[in-house]
Design a protein around this ligand. Structure first.
Ligand SMILES: Nc1ncnc2c1ncn2[C@@H]1O[C@H](COP(=O)(O)OP(=O)(O)OP(=O)(O)O)[C@@H](O)[C@H]1O
Ligand SMILES: [Mg+2]
Length: 251
């Protein structure tokens, strides 16, 4: 799937674009978090976004999800201009996000946490089966009745992914899904992402962990100072001298 996706984005070939970000700028007072960012995501691909701290990655997700609005520029999802739509309207169109900070509820059970997104898309009688199915998918079978604060950090990350895939979105956005995870947990997270992608979900992942990005075998965009700095396969990005320099802080 990834090889054919890469072929389709070769210049001159029309790609099946699900997300088209056009010249988006976001100012916070004098800070330009995004500064004319243009980026396209192809339907059914896994797309990685990396960049140094403060590059604008999380701001990019806020613009996509509609929790904040761009200062200028536009966002097109599935051929439709969604720039002015609210977050709940974008969620209805099939966008879903796991933000950088975990948004799980520690004093509720795993089942109750999943009930929250599922009640919008499932009838009450379907929910228990769907909860079991999602928990198997994120490698957490049988934990329905555990209090979330009793789960390990890794398990809480997977629950947060479970909550964002519960509504079967078409475009899944994951902001640093492996933050604080062990090497083994990181590997399992890559498997989970490949699995949801193989069911047809387009996935955009913000990450710093190079080993993890390599294992996703995804097309990769590098942000720097709120702009698209480089784009290519992971191997092309890893070999790019300018990308190394911005990570080392010499450019
Ligand atoms: N609500 C805000 N108010 C003021 N400045 C903000 C706000 N949100 C982000 N910024 C600034 O915008 C810039 C981009 O921030 P952003 O969180 O998007 O970076 P990031 O690439 O996600 O970084 P990290 O890798 O550390 O998560 C930073 O300089 C940040 O301080
Ligand atoms: Mg961030």
């Amino acid at each position: 799937m990834q090889a054919s996706t890469l072929e389709r984005v070769v210049p001159g070939v029309v790609a099946d674009v699900i997300l088209d970000v056009r010249n988006v700028t976001k100012h916070y007072g004098g800070i330009r978090a995004l500064d004319g960012l243009s980026l396209q995501v192809v339907r059914s691909e896994i797309h990685c976004v990396l960049g140094p701290n403060g590059a604008g990655k999380s701001t990019f997700f806020k613009m996509l999800m509609g929790t904040e609005r761009p200062t200028s520029g536009s966002i097109h999802y599935d051929g439709r201009d969604v720039t002015r739509l609210q977050a709940f309207e974008r969620a209805r169109l099939g966008l879903s996000v796991k933000f950088q900070n975990l948004r799980t509820f520690g004093d509720l059970t795993v089942f109750q946490n999943l009930f929250i997104p599922l009640r919008r898309t499932c009838g009450p009688s379907e929910i228990p089966d769907r909860v079991s199915e999602i928990l198997r998918q994120v490698r957490l079978p049988g934990v329905e009745n555990r209090l979330v604060r009793h789960l390990s950090h890794g398990q809480q990350q997977w629950l947060a992914i479970a909550m964002s895939v519960a509504s079967r979105p078409r475009l899944l956005l994951l902001d640093e899904p492996t933050a604080g995870l062990s090497a083994e947990e990181t590997e399992r997270t890559a498997e989970i992402i490949h699995e949801v992608n193989s069911e047809g979900m387009t996935v955009v992942v913000i990450e710093h962990d190079m080993g993890f990005i390599r294992s996703l075998k995804a097309r990769t965009s590098v942000l720097h100072y709120g702009r698209l700095f480089a784009q290519g396969s992971f191997d092309e990005i890893a070999a790019n001298e300018h990308v190394r320099q911005i990570y080392l802080g010499t450019e």
